[in-house]
Design a protein around this ligand. Structure first.
Ligand code: PLP
Length: 417
């Protein structure tokens, strides 16, 4: 028994403590499930990074710098010196945190500034910040939908949308992935008061895009609202990084956008909902992850503020990640690989077999390239792949090094000729 367990058993917590037998039982149940996960080959080990997040990183156990192609650091801002400096400044001015939820004493002028800037970036009326986009997704459906309403969700939506919808009392309907005929049939048959269509803008396992313009058309036809999760689009997708609605030429026509500050927008953390002012005011009153969770710390708010200023001033980084993506996708396709998805910096290199994908990723690492193999149950059986993520911060030489390594390993494993 660990020292911690002994102390815990002696002292208890607030007079209550686990009985030794109950804890033994817990350990046995979880231990055998963990063994099962390991046996199935789906145990997720974590590689320990010893540098800042960047295109070149170091990991524990090695001095070698490796090229990183698996972060959501699409704009390469996660260790941007200007952003880090601004974050340090606001840390000094505003302190480490607020020790409060927003409505008690957790709202600073910088939280309001960030909400305004995000609304301005998306061309929306108002924005509400959360600790994460997971929270934003967990907090919206339950707050606004009642049993009289209906929600229509793409079957491959992100786990946080699925969980958020589980919490609400509306009629829950799932439509086949990006299948507009199925969505239309369900909308036509629905007698929901409010009808809300919920979709990822970009689906992160395949790098494919929701058919947003046609979803918006269906929403108009059947008087429905459209909700889009833009975590893998905000800041870098569409000509000026406004996301899927810009990419699909329906700027301003989506009713509700949820997104994250934890990927392209500086990579720290935080999430938000942006949309009509009544919706945002209502969420401040009713959304549970907002009402009952601590406010975002100033140093994190600073990252969002600085990134928003950068993106409002210029789309240069957005264009760079797009041209890097084009370069990688074109060269890899020419070399004989199949790259799934559409024009997006998520570039899944399709391999099929799970062992092949994991072996391929291991061999890439020995060549100094960090990529990850994904296999069942994260993706369907027989559709194992290596998911490469391109960043604006990758240089052409770094991308070429990755392509060369892919070709070398691909030939040796007989994936390409
Ligand atoms: N939605 C999508 C599509 C995501 O990919 C993620 C992150 O993995 C989230 C929501 C959650 O975002 P956050 O990390 O801000 O909680």
């Amino acid at each position: 028994m660990s020292t911690f367990s002994k102390i815990f058993l002696l002292n208890g917590a607030g007079g209550r403590h686990y009985s030794a037998a109950a804890q033994t039982q817990l350990r046995e149940i979880l231990g055998s499930q963990l063994a099962g996960i390991k046996e199935a080959g789906t145990f997720k080990a974590e590689r320990i990074i010893t540098s800042s997040q960047s295109t070149q990183i170091t990991v524990q156990g090695s001095d070698q710098r490796i090229l990183n192609f698996c972060a959501n650091n699409y704009l390469g801002l996660a260790n941007n010196p200007e952003i880090v400096e601004y974050s340090r400044k606001l840390l000094e001015k505003y302190g480490a945190g607020l020790s409060s939820v927003r409505f008690i004493c957790g709202t600073q002028d910088i939280h309001k500034q960030l909400e305004r800037k995000i609304a301005q970036f998306h061309g929306r009326e108002d924005t509400i910040l959360y600790a994460s986009c997971f929270d934003a997704n967990a907090g919206i459906f339950e707050a606004i939908l009642t049993p009289e309403d209906a929600v229509f969700s793409d079957e491959l939506n992100h786990a946080s949308i699925i969980d958020g919808i589980r919490l609400c009392k509306a009629k829950k309907q799932r439509y086949k992935h990006r299948d507009l005929a199925d969505l239309e049939r369900q909308l036509r048959e629905s007698d929901g008061r409010l009808k809300l269509i919920a979709t990822d803008g970009v689906f992160s396992m395949d790098g494919n895009i929701a058919p947003l313009a046609r979803i918006v058309d269906l929403a108009k036809k059947y008087n429905a609202l459209v909700f889009v999760d833009e975590c893998h689009a905000t800041g870098f997708f569409g000509a000026t990084g406004r996301g899927t609605e810009e990419y699909d030429n329906v700027m301003g026509e989506v009713d509700i956008i949820n997104s994250t500050l934890g990927k392209a927008l500086g990579g720290a953390s935080g999430g938000y909902t942006t949309g009509p002012s009544e919706l945002i005011s209502f969420l401040r009153q009713k959304s549970r992850p907002y009402l009952f969770s601590n406010t975002l710390p100033p140093a994190v708010v600073a990252v969002g503020l600085k990134v928003m200023d950068m993106l409002l001033a210029s789309s240069e980084l957005t264009q760079r990640v797009q041209s890097n993506t084009q370069h990688f996708r074109t060269a890899m396709t020419k070399a004989g690989f199949t790259i799934a998805g559409e024009n997006h910096p998520i570039c899944p290199v399709m391999l099929g077999d799970a062992r092949l994908a994991s072996n391929f990723a291991d061999q890439m690492l020995t060549r100094g390239i960090y990529v990850i193999g994904f296999s069942y149950p994260v993706v369907p059986q027989g559709k194992a792949r290596i998911r490469v993520q391109i960043s604006a911060a990758h240089t052409e030489a770094e991308i070429d090094r990755a392509i060369d390594a892919f070709i070398e390993v691909g030939r040796s494993l007989k994936v390409i000729q």
